[in-house]
Ligand binder design. Sequence first.
Ligand code: NAI
Ligand SMILES: NCC(=O)COP(=O)(O)O
Length: 356
Amino acid sequence: MPAASPLVLALGDPAGIGPDVALAAFLRRRGTEGGAEAVPAFIVASDPAALAARARLLNLDIPLVETTPEGAVAHFANALPVLPAGPAFTGRAGRPDASSAACVVASLEAALGLVTTGRAAALVTNPLAKSVMYEAGFPFPGHTEWLADRAGAPGRPAPHPVMMIWSDQLAVVPATIHVPYADVPALLSVDLLVETGRIVARDMARRFGIARPRLAFCGLNPHAGEEGTLGGEDEAIVRPAVEALKREGILATGPLPADTMFHPEARARYDVAVGMYHDQVLIPAKTLAFHDGVNVTLGLPFIRTSPDHGTAFDIAGTGRANPSSLMAALRLARRLADAEAAARPAPAPAPALARA
Ligand SMILES: NC(=O)C1=CN([C@@H]2O[C@H](COP(=O)(O)OP(=O)(O)OC[C@H]3O[C@@H](n4cnc5c(N)ncnc54)[C@H](O)[C@@H]3O)[C@@H](O)[C@H]2O)C=CC1
Ligand SMILES: NCC(=O)COP(=O)(O)O
């Protein structure tokens, strides 16, 4: 892939803050006098009229250019590149509506097509509203599971996707993702935790350059089960999974009491905290770094990042949406894509022409 391939941004729910933060990130692409980093070149897969309408609503004078990914990098200095995708958005900013789902899916399909064919260096997705998608019949819990399903090769099982919320302060992985809390104990198994740990260890080494990442596994129960007296899952599931990972040479510890794992001294002892359920680890991650946190999907054959916030319908179209998390997602996607390109073996030299 040429170094100049842009990132592709799927717009997310066009009634949410996806358009706001995409426009704001573009405006900040050159960085600020305060020294904030510039934003790497990206192309937005979207109904162009939806973006133009949001720019008008926000009183932003931003030129948009309909182009291909091959033309995007050259345009990015002067105009926001847009890859036209999907039906016209007929809804309104801040009004969740099932009709947005078709726009979301069309944008995602177009963006995924670019990244799987190497025309974009990495995929960045703006948030969708899960309830809106479910109402429209979307059969996946979220992007993470949709992307894994679409990444499967014909006749082969889909890859196991692992959600990681990453920031400079803390990286966390929930072993179970978008499932009701009541279902969590039955979903936990040694196999699930071992598979999750292997993917995290492999992708932290391969993509993030941490050769031997330290994984800290949270217990499920208070005090990690207090020697089995406050619930049996920690000794029956988490501990054997940690021991199995250690036998494979992975630096795993746990089960650790989750309530004492996130203070600064505890965080210094690991690279990734693996939680048993979504809120156990997303609460500390978003509390520490809501505006700089990035959602990264591990386990996929391509790079996907996303801001860590949701659609924020309450502030869509008001100018109050902070683009920092999207900017962090774009910067991380670029960093991971560049690292992958640098690690790729150089093409073999062309054979010398035989002399006549
Ligand atoms: N990657 C994705 O597609 C994600 C989607 N969601 C979806 O988003 C919808 C809304 O979820 P909520 O739990 O309300 O979380 P949310 O992140 O959308 O909003 C929570 C609060 O934070 C504020 N906020 C969020 N992002 C902000 C930003 N960039 N700048 C300033 N303030 C911001 C909102 O105004 C709101 O008060 C749900 O339907 C959920 O499914 C949530 C998280 C990730
Ligand atoms: N809470 C994180 C979240 O909802 C992101 O989900 P996904 O759409 O990236 O799978």
